[in-house]
Design a protein around this ligand. Structure first.
Ligand SMILES: Cc1cc2nc3c(=O)[nH]c(=O)nc-3n(C[C@H](O)[C@H](O)[C@H](O)COP(=O)(O)OP(=O)(O)OC[C@H]3O[C@@H](n4cnc5c(N)ncnc54)[C@H](O)[C@@H]3O)c2cc1C
Length: 460
């Protein structure tokens, strides 16, 4: 029987779902899957993106873990595609590869002052509070007033973690250094800015509601943002999600405020213009232009410029994918160009500059396929589509010279790569749970990469 030796690069939800779907799919060939990740632990942004105070979502890890624990997928952590293993290597050992490398860095926001000291990308901050091993262990939390730019769920996560009292995060899996850092924060006011109105936000009702439940934090809204035009009113009546968001915001407007030690301000119709220098190269203020509804659900600038003093700015304007050596990349969208998961490259034989052709043996799924939007569940449907093509493309797979399972291990060993495996992940997982249990917490994450690797490889 034909056997598909498949490499999947990226052990986030997209990569794990792709493996699971392929193993369960109706097919007339055997499958053997190796899952690579440059982090020593699996689960991608579920471990290093989803906020620590979202235990229900973090719980998706249990379903992903069940897939890995079935025992028919080999995990190689701490192996970076592009340096530790290349596309040429994969061609020698596998019939095909699926890239599921997600999107981990911040999209750019081109306004003056965005590079000042005290101006950060949300992805960097998220990586810090979620204990990502490749980010500094300390974070400068010296600002009393903070601006958060963006109206999506990541902006809400960042604002919530900034405004929440550190003690209220103690039951979660936040690393000790994160708790210590947040405990020292002098923050009093977090201002969230969105370019459009309350009925055009990208965040979801559940995430929004959570903000209003924070202990000792007042929600501050501004009446001027709630003069709805026809398009906004129509959105409230026709879209259930908008209806709920509008209801939540209006309930907050009725609340008494003034007794809390911290405040979360929601500013709508605010187009970011500039992060203002305090005269020493640090963030001193945030400047924006007031916008107004354009009658069709969008906004136009009014020319009215406003400014508030802040000492830190976080931009949460989206994530962006990173290019992988040897793999085509769409620089504008930050994705691997593909047709339903089949990777496309430039067609050199065509006279037309935009012409593409399928790059046989190479597939994409998840955020690197579709762009950084959507929930974890969406990566499942992504994977179904990609895997369907992989199965149908059987005649066009690579023909590797060394397809044996041992040959990859020999390659990694010969290069001195200290990879981690599934048993190693179990060891690290148990270690983190034990650390947590000792302090009455669910888990305490191990942050330094070398420590993660050492614990994972201790049983080898
Ligand atoms: C801050 C934040 C909060 C979120 N909160 C929620 C939420 O509450 N609920 C929800 O449903 N969704 C949430 N999401 C969305 C969810 O995280 C994504 O939908 C999902 O993680 C995308 O899956 P993925 O597998 O495509 O990418 P990822 O989860 O990013 O996984 C990609 C994997 O590829 C690996 N990788 C990257 N480059 C390489 C390389 N060169 N070599 C080897 N490995 C590599 C990475 O280490 C990573 O493990 C959130 C996202 C963010 C950013």
């Amino acid at each position: 029987m034909t056997k598909l030796r498949l490499a999947i690069v990226g052990a986030g939800p997209a990569g794990i779902y792709a493996a699971d779907i392929l193993l369960k799919a109706e097919r007339n060939f055997d499958v053997s899957i190796d899952l690579f990740d440059h982090l020593p632990a699996p689960y991608g942004l579920v471990r290093y993106g989803v906020a620590p105070d979202h235990p229900r979502i973090k719980g998706i890890i249990n379903a992903l873990r069940d897939v890995l624990d079935r025992g028919d997928i080999r995990l190689f952590g701490n192996v970076r595609f592009g340096t530790d293993i290349t596309l040429e290597d994969l061609k020698k050992h596998y019939n095909a590869v699926i890239f599921a490398t997600g999107a981990v860095r911040d999209a750019d926001l081109n306004i003056p002052g965005i590079d000042l000291e005290g101006s950060y990308g949300a992805a960097e901050f998220v990586s810090w509070f979620d204990g990502h091993p490749d980010y500094p262990r300390s974070w400068p939390l010296e600002a009393r007033e903070i601006a958060v730019i963006g109206n999506g769920n990541v902006a809400l996560d960042v604002s919530r973690i900034l405004a929440k009292h550190a003690d209220d995060l103690l039951t979660t899996e936040i690393p000790d250094n994160v708790y210590a850092g947040l405990s020292e924060s002098p923050v009093t006011d977090v201002h969230i800015f969105g370019r459009r109105g309350p009925t055009s936000v990208k965040f979801t009702p559940l995430e929004l509601r959570e903000l209003g439940e924070l202990r000792d934090v007042d929600m501050i809204l501004y009446d001027e943002d709630f003069h709805y035009d026809d398009a906004a009113r129509a959105a409230v009546t026709s879209n259930k999600q908008v209806f709920v968001i509008d209801k939540v915001l209006n309930q907050w407007r009725q609340r008494e405020t003034g007794n809390a030690s911290r405040r979360l301000h929601l500013h709508f119709f605010a187009k970011p213009l500039q992060v203002v220098d305090d005269g020493t190269g640090k963030v001193g203020a945030f400047r924006w232009e007031r916008t107004a509804p354009d009658g069709e659900g969008g906004v136009v600038g009014t020319g009215e410029i406003r400014e508030i003093p802040v000492q830190a700015v976080y931009r949460a304007v989206g994530y962006f994918g990173s290019p992988l050596p040897g793999v085509p990349f769409d620089k504008k969208r930050g994705v691997i160009p593909n047709r339903e998961g089949q990777v496309l490259r430039k067609d050199p034989s065509s006279g037309s500059p935009g012409a593409t052709q399928q790059m046989y043996g190479v597939y994409a799924t998840g955020w690197i396929k579709r762009g950084p939007v959507g929930l974890i569940g969406h990566t499942k449907s992504d994977a179904m589509e990609t895997v369907r093509h992989l199965i149908n493309d059987l005649g066009n797979w690579w023909r590797p010279e060394s397809p044996s399972e041992e040959s990859v291990i020999e390659l990694l060993d010969a290069r001195g790569i200290t990879y981690t495996d599934l048993d190693g992940w179990h060891a690290l997982d148990s270690h983190e749970l034990a650390l947590g249990e000792a302090q009455g917490r669910t888990r305490i994450k191990v942050v330094p990469r070398d420590e993660m690797v050492q614990i994972s490889r201790s049983g080898q």
